[in-house]
Design a protein around this ligand. Structure first.
Ligand code: ADP
Length: 627
């Protein structure tokens, strides 16, 4: 019986793109198929350790490669776990398994490739070189074998097959050559051998192929005969077990891209080999960009855990703290036994020790990068810095001391990212506070009224533009004995004695005016004249622990806890508006009230807070300007 299926429409579009070869590198199809075969062998072996019914001799597990130049076929066979009919359908019937995929009209080919790359289209990359594929598979959980067959976008069929032994056999019918592409090269022994060597050398199972040897049969007559021998093409030494000197950057990059389905080289490779209290080898990578699902619930952190070369867990989350959740990699140790249960693993002392070491190693590498490779570090920080800042304030700041020298903020003076250490080192003489200002972008912070004056006095200001920033800073509390000062809140104490006295006097002389303004505005805690503004008429600041930026974060939370900043409206005492207010207060109370409301709305707008009564304010403004 033959069943015919269509690909889901999204998969169809993806497949279309694949076939029309938007990947420039077609070579990767082989490593994708070999990698799947290797996973299937891993799965079978692991199953045999935990399930008495399944008996496997590790020595027997292998991947076979065959090619036939005449028939134009390549066959990849493994004796792994195989797939049931349902698995064939669900694994090979949808391409984009996770998330929804939508290409925008004006997206470049390159962007599309990048998106596709992130969905791990592994198996389907074979359609770049083949116009027909058959997959014959027998699962260890089924008595029957099934054949999945497809010629691309039109869909696929599934029929019963004859395979007796468990495992999967994939036949690729290689495309005819075109003017641009030479597909026939994939039907050459030399090409296949070098592709395996290049991309799949570290694979843990032998990849075998019949290879032709020229054998000298008669030395005198120089006579040769061709003999076929089965040869194992890969060295089977996992990359992390090789000496660092023996591995090229390209090897690391290829391994990373294959294993972690990335289309880009990693930003940094970290290797670690530890003997002692615990022994392990680790090969870690910092990606050069965030995975597409990094900031979603679906993203799972973790490192692949191997017990002496055998994969025991794909993503062991205990090996990474949340603030390093972006790190990918493998850890191989003899200290954890192969058939350890999930529960025991979590409690394992060795695992905890390894995790602690790895955390330290990653941190040290990042510190070194910051010191010696600034450009790369900044690029890293732009991608994953938010995660580090979360780390600073999570767990009530328990990890802040480990991370505080790794976080960076934009500096108004240097116009780039700097560390807290760099800020403190370059502080002005007599400066005892670290100034900062918050807002949603550098431009917005830059145009805050209060910022202008502080910059004018040549103090450096850190611009906090991520919403975690202010929480991180609150958690750090003090850096090298210097506390943090939000230039938007409180008294900055930047004035000379004379200026201070002058401001004090204006406020005292106009006590009644200010009090009445508070009662007109009701939402503010205080209204005062200030000397801290240069050209702007007003600004909004806050008293106490909750700043305006923090209030915005709280406001945006789904369960509004009603945490509000205590607002202070500050009026520039040197601005003509101050004089105007004083006049109106004496002569025209009605207009005074209107002015107060308009100025308060202006201050809210500049601070990025919503105006609750826009119609009323708009009417007021019209009243005033049409006078
Ligand atoms: P990925 O490997 O990234 O999950 P693929 O499209 O390459 O995506 O493969 C889809 C799924 O099909 C795999 O996750 C696996 O479950 C299954 N699969 C592919 N090849 C094999 C194989 N040789 N043996 C068993 N299962 C396989």
């Amino acid at each position: 019986m033959m069943e015919k299926y269509e690909f889901k429409s999204e998969s169809k579009r993806l497949l279309d793109l694949m076939i029309n070869s938007i990947y420039t590198n077609k070579d990767i199809f082989l490593r994708e198929l070999i990698s799947n075969a290797s996973d299937a062998l891993d799965k079978l072996y692991y199953r045999s350790l935990t399930d008495k019914e399944v008996k496997v001799d590790k020595e027997d597990l292998e991947i076979n490669l065959e090619f036939d130049e005449k028939d134009r076929t390549i066959t990849i066979t493994d004796n792994g776990c195989g797939m049931t009919k349902e698995e064939l359908e669900s694994n090979l019937g949808t391409i984009a398994k996770s998330g929804s995929l939508s290409f925008k009209e004006n997206m470049s080919q390159e962007d599309k490739v990048n998106i596709i790359g992130q969905f791990g289209v592994g198996f389907y990359s074979a359609f770049m070189v083949a116009d027909k594929i058959t997959v014959t598979s027998k699962s260890i959980d089924s008595d029957k074998a099934y054949v999945w067959e497809s010629e691309g976008v039109d869909g696929y069929t599934i029929t019963e097959g004859k395979k007796k032994k468990n495992g999967t056999e994939i036949v690729l019918y290689i495309k005819e050559d075109t003017e641009e592409e030479n597909y026939s090269k994939y039907l050459q022994e030399y090409e296949l051998k070098s592709l395996v060597k290049k991309y799949s050398d570290y694979i843990n199972f032998p990849i075998k192929m019949e290879v032709t040897h020229h054998e000298l049969v008669d030395e005198e007559k120089h006579e040769y005969e061709d003999h076929k021998h089965e040869e194992t093409l890969n060295s089977m030494v996992p990359l992390w077990k090789k000496k660092k000197e023996d591995v090229s950057d390209e090897d690391y990059n290829n391994f990373y891209m294959d294993k972690f389905s990335d289309y880009d080289n990693p930003l940094k490779v970290i290797t670690s080999s530890v003997e002692g209290m615990c022994s392990y080898k680790a090969l870690l990578f910092i990606p050069s960009h965030a995975p597409y699902d990094y900031y979603s619930q679906e993203y799972k952190k973790g490192l692949s855990l191997y017990s002496n070369g055998v994969l025991i867990m794909e993503k062991c989350e205990e090996l990474l703290p949340d603030y390093f959740s972006f790190v990918k990699g493998v850890v191989d140790t003899e200290d954890i036994s192969l058939n350890i249960s999930r529960e025991l693993l979590q409690e394992s002392h060795s695992l905890k020790l390894i995790a602690k070491n790895i955390e330290g190693k990653i941190r040290k590498e990042l510190e070194d990068m910051l010191k010696n490779d600034r450009e790369n570090y900044e690029s890293f920080f732009k991608t994953f810095g938010v995660q580090l800042k979360y780390g600073v304030y999570n767990n009530y700041g328990a990890d802040k001391d480990k991370l505080k020298d790794l976080v960076m903020f934009y500096s108004s003076k240097h116009e780039k990212l700097i560390t807290l250490k760099e800020y403190v080192e370059k502080m002005k003489e007599g400066q005892d506070k670290i100034y900062y200002a918050s807002g949603s972008s550098i431009e917005k912070v830059n145009s805050l009224p209060q910022v202008e004056k502080v910059k004018d006095k040549e103090f450096d200001i850190l611009y906090l533009t991520d919403y975690v920033d202010e929480f991180a800073i609150t958690a750090i509390q003090k850096y090298e004995e210097k506390s943090f000062q939000n230039v938007e809140s409180g008294d900055l104490d930047l004035d000379t004695e004379e200026e201070r006295k002058e401001t004090e006097k204006v406020n005292k002389d106009n006590e009644d005016l200010l009090k009445d303004m508070v009662s007109v505005l009701s939402e503010v805690e205080e209204v005062k004249f200030t000397n801290k503004l240069k050209s702007h008429p007003v600004c909004l600041t806050s008293q106490g622990d909750v700043s305006i930026e923090m209030q915005k974060v709280f406001d945006a939370m789904p369960n509004d806890m009603g945490i509000k900043a205590k607002l202070v409206l500050e009026i520039n005492s040197k601005h003509p508006i101050s004089k105007k207010l004083k006049e109106l207060y004496k002569e025209d109370r009605e207009s005074f009230d209107k002015y107060a409301k308009i100025l308060y709305s202006e201050a809210r707008m500049i601070a990025g807070l919503p105006i609750d009564n826009p119609t009323e304010i708009s009417t007021l403004i019209c009243d005033v300007i049409s006078k």
